[in-house]
Design a protein around this ligand. Structure first.
Ligand SMILES: C[S@@+](CC[C@H](N)C(=O)[O-])C[C@H]1O[C@@H](n2cnc3c(N)ncnc32)[C@H](O)[C@@H]1O
Length: 321
């Protein structure tokens, strides 16, 4: 005997709104759906209909893009959860993507691999990280050649040689003041240090100097040429901004998907790894962020916040949680 589910159950199963299920039933896009009284019932075996609006944004030839640096908080465990909301919010198509605290971009690169958003905006407060994004966008060949040189010198060395090389790069990185002329050099140091330092951490002291010790990787990939070339292609369509997340405000409108992944709240004064730059993301910062979310929420954007307890909180979706 055929079993049926309610519109509510279908909505939960397919992760779309009940209203959307009703629209799909009304458009006869779900085989076997029937109106009983004033309610839709749907065969339990029915598949979620392919949403034409989503397909429009799916790339025909998807390329696998990986973050080019390891980054705290960028593990991507929540990607599956987040992807269910993209790029269709269940009610209307989202054409713009905004990630104002992009870090290593675990979600960004997943999105760029799969979807063609019309406009994308990323930012971060960390100037070295944003310089690396900009250099990959504008001079990927220069960056690859510099990283390959470093890789060729570093990998064949013994432990002592590697240590000497690592700390001399770290000293140079800390002494180079970022200018247009040094942008490629600094991006290469930044990526080299990220790939060879302890756990891929980015931590700076009070003077803003990178102070992570060398890691113990046997054969780190310092230059992933293919990935960098692919990233460079997709970044051509992305606005990259160095600065506070609040600068994203003018970009955000009702067609925008916004993903906010702030640094964790420091547990104590000395909890070092929350500190991506000289300023930690303390309670005052958390409150400022919640006010910003209230402001952008008025635009009708779909917003997802990753909270420091690692849960996701959504705004502007039909099924908020
Ligand atoms: C938890 S990490 C983001 C991780 C990211 N989702 C990933 O996949 O790697 C938080 C990021 O927020 C950035 N950040 C901190 N304060 C900021 C601010 N006021 N405006 C913009 N970015 C900020 C940090 O530099 C860091 O890269």
């Amino acid at each position: 005997m055929l079993s049926y589910m309610s519109a509510k159950e279908a909505a939960e199963k397919w992760n779309i709104s009940q209203r959307r299920v009703a629209i799909l039933c009304g458009e006869k896009r779900i085989d076997g759906a029937m109106m009983v009284g004033n309610m839709w019932i749907i065969p339990s075996s029915a598949e979620k209909p392919v949403d034409k609006r989503t397909v429009r944004y799916e790339k025909e030839h998807q390329i696998v893009l990986k973050p080019f640096v390891k980054w705290v908080g960028g593990k991507g465990q929540l990607i599956d959860e987040l992807e269910k909301m993209l790029p269709d919010s269940g009610e209307k198509t989202l054409t713009k993507y905004c990630e104002p605290m992009v870090g290593g971009g675990a979600l960004l690169f997943n999105v760029l691999s799969k979807y063609d958003f019309a406009e994308l905006y990323i930012s971060d407060i960390n100037p070295e990280l944003i310089n690396a994004y900009n250099v990959i966008k504008t001079d990927v060949a220069g960056l690859i050649s510099r990283l390959q040189e470093m890789q060729m010198v570093f990998l064949p060395m013994d432990d002592n040689g590697r240590k000497f090389y690592y700390y001399s790069v770290r000293d140079k990185f800390n002494s180079v003041v970022l200018t247009e002329a040094t942008a490629v050099e600094k991006a290469a140091y930044f990526i080299f240090l990220n790939k060879t330092c302890f756990n891929g951490l980015y931590r700076v002291n009070r003077k803003g100097q990178f102070n992570v010790p060398m890691g113990a990787y046997k054969n780190p990939t310092i230059c992933d040429e293919e990935n960098l070339l692919n990233i460079s292609k997709v970044l051509q369509n992305v606005t990259i901004v160095c600065g506070d997340y609040s600068l994203a405000k003018s970009f955000i409108d009702k067609e925008t998907f916004v993903y906010l992944d702030p640094p964790y709240r420091p547990i104590s004064e000395t909890s070092a790894f929350t500190s991506y730059n000289a300023d930690a993301f303390d309670d005052a910062e958390q409150i400022r962020l919640s006010k910003f979310i209230d402001e952008i929420n008025t635009t009708g954007a779909k917003i997802v916040l990753r909270r420091f307890d690692k849960e996701l909180k959504t705004y502007g979706f039909t099924n908020e949680f």
